[in-house]
Design a protein around this ligand. Structure first.
Ligand SMILES: C[S@@+](CC[C@H](N)C(=O)[O-])C[C@H]1O[C@@H](n2cnc3c(N)ncnc32)[C@H](O)[C@@H]1O
Length: 292
């Protein structure tokens, strides 16, 4: 009897076309939330990986901690001491943790899609006494906001994450953020927001001087982005998360074609933000603020 025919039945079982089924399974697995007991990752290990992540990011992102200070103080200054804000592309939750330490009555919702970074953040920080909630969602998806705790937010922030989105994804994301913020709500995006493509000489100058400021390989200490990821993905205590990471982000992060500063301003205004200003800058490393 053929393996496709059930016992006691003459009707052959319908074979599904493999590619569709494979795609379905892939989608299910890639979108499935990471849940359940994880015996291998202890808080001590997660804290060590997180500290290593911050050292790697501090080397890579100009003035990262100074920008975190500015974001934390602006949120408190504009919104008052008690606010609830969203952290888009939170990674291990560094910015959310920083904001909560500076604003003791605030609450944060930290959102990301990377299972490795989320596992490290969740395991190391927990919910910080009920002030930090984690959300797992893909900002490229149309319905990512359905993964958020309900209600309106007072603020939203992001740090070095939105340049992973294309213009269409960013436009949709800004429209969603505008809908979820209350009137008067504040959005702060710290990222590399490029010069106008016609500013060829200024862009070239900026690249040259950033290159010059970077320590020579011989004098370099600490890990690069690629070295951190290689090490984390080969840690057996993170094996499950690493497998899911490879499914969700199958290609190493390469430059996504994303808007320049003027493009961000245009998209934010189109989404309904009334005031849009650069509030901190060192060349194209900037914080862009927008009031709903
Ligand atoms: C350079 S890391 C910055 C992480 C964190 N904001 C920080 O400053 O440490 C970029 C983050 O964006 C997240 N990210 C990229 N694409 C995403 C997407 N489509 N949905 C959700 N998060 C995304 C990555 O997983 C990663 O955590």
């Amino acid at each position: 009897m053929s393996r496709l025919v059930r016992k006691g039945s003459k009707r052959p079982r319908r074979a599904r076309p493999a590619p569709v089924r494979q795609r379905y399974l892939y989608e299910r697995l890639a979108r499935a939330p990471v849940t359940g007991f994880r015996p291998r990752l202890s808080p001590v290990t997660a804290r060590a990986w997180r500290a290593r992540w911050d050292r790697q990011q501090d080397r890579l992102v100009p003035d990262r901690s100074r920008r975190f200070d500015r974001i934390a103080s602006m949120l408190g200054g504009v919104l008052g001491p008690r606010f609830r804000a969203l952290d888009l592309g939170c990674g291990t939750g560094s910015l959310s943790e920083h904001i909560l330490a500076a604003n003791l009555r605030a609450r944060m919702v930290a959102l990301d899609f990377d299972p490795v970074l989320l596992a490290l953040g969740r395991t190391a920080l927990g919910d910080l006494g009920g002030r930090l909630t984690w959300a797992e969602a893909d900002l490229r998806e149309r319905d990512w906001a359905s993964r958020l705790p309900p209600g309106r937010y007072d603020g939203a922030v992001s740090s070095t994450a939105l340049h992973w989105l294309t213009e269409a994804e960013l436009s949709r994301t800004y429209a969603i953020v505008a809908r979820r913020l209350r009137p008067g709500g504040l959005f702060l995006n710290s990222d590399h927001l490029a010069y106008d493509p016609r500013s060829v000489r200024l862009t070239r100058w900026d690249r040259r001087q950033r290159h010059r400021l970077r320590p020579a390989p011989s004098a370099r200490s600490g890990e690069t982005w690629a070295e951190w990821w290689r090490a984390a993905l080969s840690d057996p205590r993170l094996a499950d998360e690493a497998a899911l990471h490879r499914l969700r982000f199958p290609r190493a992060h390469v430059r996504t074609p994303t808007p320049d500063l003027a493009g961000h301003v245009r998209l934010l205004r189109r989404a309904g933000f009334r005031e849009v200003e650069v509030v901190w800058a060192d060349g194209p490393a900037r914080i862009l603020a927008a009031v709903r």
